[in-house]
Design a protein around this ligand. Structure first.
Ligand code: NAD
Length: 262
């Protein structure tokens, strides 16, 4: 039904979490997937994907990944800008004062580099290939935080808001070349990225809860009454990558069980 057989995709940050699930969804539908991630060994993988070591914040690394993909598989039909980092930090504490656990300038720049510059560099590089054949799809992974703003995660929210703006602007620039640009904005989805000590420590400070506590509170506020499943993200991205969604561009779809307005 989706007719994705033989298409070529790059999934950034595809080695774990949401990116891994997106990779699986595309592989299950016959797509040749290049996983572009910091961590992993270069080459063909057991699941059928191909791994290229890549740092999305580095232009040379991004360009090399796109060139190598074209060398190996001939083209880039689908780009999924998924790699992202979240370092929750408060702007002010409960007393309205400068928090002891504040966002350093270095961490601010790091989040902007991975979440905002990375997608830009990749879109720039992949679009050049898509323009050769006047066809392609770019899918940007934003976040509910980027649509709604999330307390204790303002820098992260801003980078994810930027991704929503990229989606709108690139759709306008690339539409006449038959290249679609779509965003997705997930609510909280259980991944290893949420299970690091650093994330938990930051959550405890910014919200006074661990990931488990946050999940329980958060789930109660979701109209569908539960967190999203990774497979639900994979299914949505697979649909958006296919021609079945051929009239959707410029928009960011929230996938949060009804929690955010979109
Ligand atoms: P994750 O930490 O499990 O996976 C992120 C992947 O990106 C990792 O494999 C990591 O190695 C890779 N990565 C990080 N920096 C990179 C870089 N500079 N270059 C290349 N690869 C890099 O995270 P996740 O929870 O699966 O998140 C994936 C995306 O989904 C992110 O953009 C995140 O902001 C977004 N998101 C996640 C949630 C959630 O609840 N998990 C909700 C909304 C949006």
């Amino acid at each position: 039904w989706l007719n994705l057989e033989g298409k070529v995709a790059i999934v950034t940050g595809g080695a774990s979490g949401i990116g891994l699930e997106i990779t699986k969804g595309l592989l299950n539908n016959g797509v040749k997937v290049v996983v572009a991630d910091l961590n992993g060994e270069e080459g063909a993988r057991e699941d059928g994907s191909y791994f290229l070591k890549c740092d999305v914040t580095n232009k040379e690394s991004v360009n090399n990944t796109v060139s190598k993909t074209v060398e190996l598989f001939g083209t880039v039909d689908i780009l999924v800008n998924n790699a992202g980092v979240n370092l929750p930090r408060l702007l002010v504490d409960d007393k309205g004062e400068r928090p002891e656990y504040e966002l350093s300038e270095r961490d601010f720049d790091f989040m902007v580099a991975v979440n905002q510059k990375g997608p830009y560099l990749f879109a720039q590089s992949a679009a050049k290939e898509m323009l050769k054949v006047n066809k392609g799809v770019i899918i940007n992974v934003s976040s509910e935080a980027g649509q709604e703003g999330s307390a204790g995660q303002s820098c992260y929210s801003a980078t994810k808001g930027a991704v929503i703006s990229f989606t709108r602007a690139w759709a306008k620039e690339l539409g006449k070349f038959n290249i679609r640009v779509v965003g997705i904005a997930p609510g909280i989805i259980e991944t290893t990225g949420l299970r690091t000590d650093a994330y938990n420590e930051a959550l405890a400070y910014t919200r006074g809860v661990t990931v488990d506590g946050l999940s329980t509170d958060y789930s109660k506020s979701i109209p569908l009454g539960r967190e999203g499943k990774l497979t639900e993200i994979g299914d949505l991205v697979t649909y958006l990558a296919s021609d079945r969604s051929s009239y959707i561009t410029g928009t960011t779809l929230n996938i949060s069980g009804g929690k955010s307005r979109g």
